[in-house]
Design a protein around this ligand. Structure first.
Ligand code: ADP
Ligand code: MN
Ligand code: MN
Ligand code: MN
Length: 333
């Protein structure tokens, strides 16, 4: 007998990388092999030397196919087995190794996304606009909520795959939703987020719906889509001074972070729609108009975590969790 392994990797599409996957049939009990693909079709290699290597780094039960089948997260390598330049996971591995013992960093990532059908967000009337924002966030009922069946199926699939999904909610614009991953270490949270994204696209596909991470799917008075990134170290979970120090560390490197928090970030971080301007760093307790929010409960408990509200929905979690870990932990040494 055999089983199916769906190898999933991140391609070289610019400015925002996309997910790719293909299926390998393996003998029962066989280990996941190193594999390869045509990098000239994914913007990862020239046609004359097109082979790229797939190295399995994580496998989880495949909730779509079921049985013994698996989803496999793979890193992209050159044929000499060094990390490909698009392999942002390899860089995160180094930073996690450097800081995990002293700081035990945790991430909780809120992935917002928007369903599209025939060129418009799900729930938008053909050729027009729905009633303005205000009723849709965490709404209920067919006039407020669009795509719940896909969302529920996706949640169930994430749980079956063993992903650390921690919740879901309907968002501010019709057809816009969120799921949360974490808390988990940088690599685990990022791997699980990429796999959860893949499952989202794959499940929505069965409904003829495209899930997109476009940070500003509809121009004008409609919320963009972000990926608020919640972060704590062991020290922050035990006291308040490290919480403030983390905000200050982010302030000192604000430009570097914003540059790597997802393409078109300036379209989303305008200063309206629960955002701070992309070029002005601020932090505050309970403040959803700040770059970084300290949750009110954290101020009361005098310990906990912070929420970096800047990352776009289309960010690469391997990059975002690396920058945050590196910036905050190196400042605390
Ligand atoms: P919001 O109120 O901003 O919508 P959510 O409930 O959507 O917040 O997401 C909060 C996220 O923060 C969750 O993924 C949760 O697991 C995560 N989280 C909770 N505590 C911590 C912590 N100490 N460190 C990092 N992440 C945390
Ligand atoms: Mn949220
Ligand atoms: Mn949200
Ligand atoms: Mn949030």
């Amino acid at each position: 007998m055999t089983y199916k392994a769906e190898y999933i990797w991140i391609d070289g599409t610019e400015p925002t990388a996309r997910l790719r996957s293909k299926t390998r049939i393996l003998d029962d009990g066989a280990e996941l092999p190193i594999w390869g693909f045509d990098g000239s079709s994914t913007n990862q290699a020239p046609g004359k030397a097109s082979d790229c290597v797939l190295k399995p780094v994580l496998s989880v039960p495949d909730p779509i196919r079921g049985g013994d089948d698996v989803l496999v997260m793979a890193e992209v390598l050159y044929t000499d087995m060094t990390p490909h330049k698009t392999n942002t996971r390899a860089l995160l591995r180094e930073v996690e190794d450097k800081y995990s013992a002293d700081f035990e960093p945790w991430f909780g990532i809120e992935q917002e996304y928007t369903f599209f059908k025939t060129g418009a967000p799900l729930g938008f009337p053909v050729g027009g606009f729905p009633a303005p924002q205000g009723i849709y966030y965490c709404g209920v009922g067919a006039d407020e909520v669009f795509g719940r069946e896909i969302v529920e199926t996706h949640l169930e699939a994430c749980l079956e795959a063993g992903l650390k999904v921690s919740g879901i909610n309907a968002e501010v614009m019709p057809g816009q939703w969120e799921f949360q991953i974490g808390p988990a270490g940088p690599l685990e949270a990022s791997d699980h987020l990429w796999l959860a994204r893949w499952l989202l696209y794959r499940i929505a596909e069965d409904y003829g719906v495209a899930a997109t991470l476009d940070p500003k799917p509809v121009a004008g008075d409609w919320n963009g889509a972000g990926a608020h990134t919640n972060f704590s170290t062991k020290q922050m979970r035990e006291g308040y001074d490290p919480v403030i120090a983390a905000c200050e560390a982010l302030a000192a490197k604000a430009d570097l972070h914003v540059k790597h928090y997802g393409h078109d970030i300036e379209l989303r971080l305008t200063g309206s729609h629960e955002t701070a301007p992309w070029n002005e760093f601020s932090y505050g307790v309970s403040d959803r108009g700040a770059s970084v929010r300290i949750p009110w409960q954290v101020e009361i408990d005098k310990k906990g975590y912070i929420e970096d509200r800047r990352p776009n929905a289309n960010m690469d979690p391997y990059i975002v969790t690396r920058l945050i870990t590196d910036t905050i932990c190196s400042a605390a040494l």
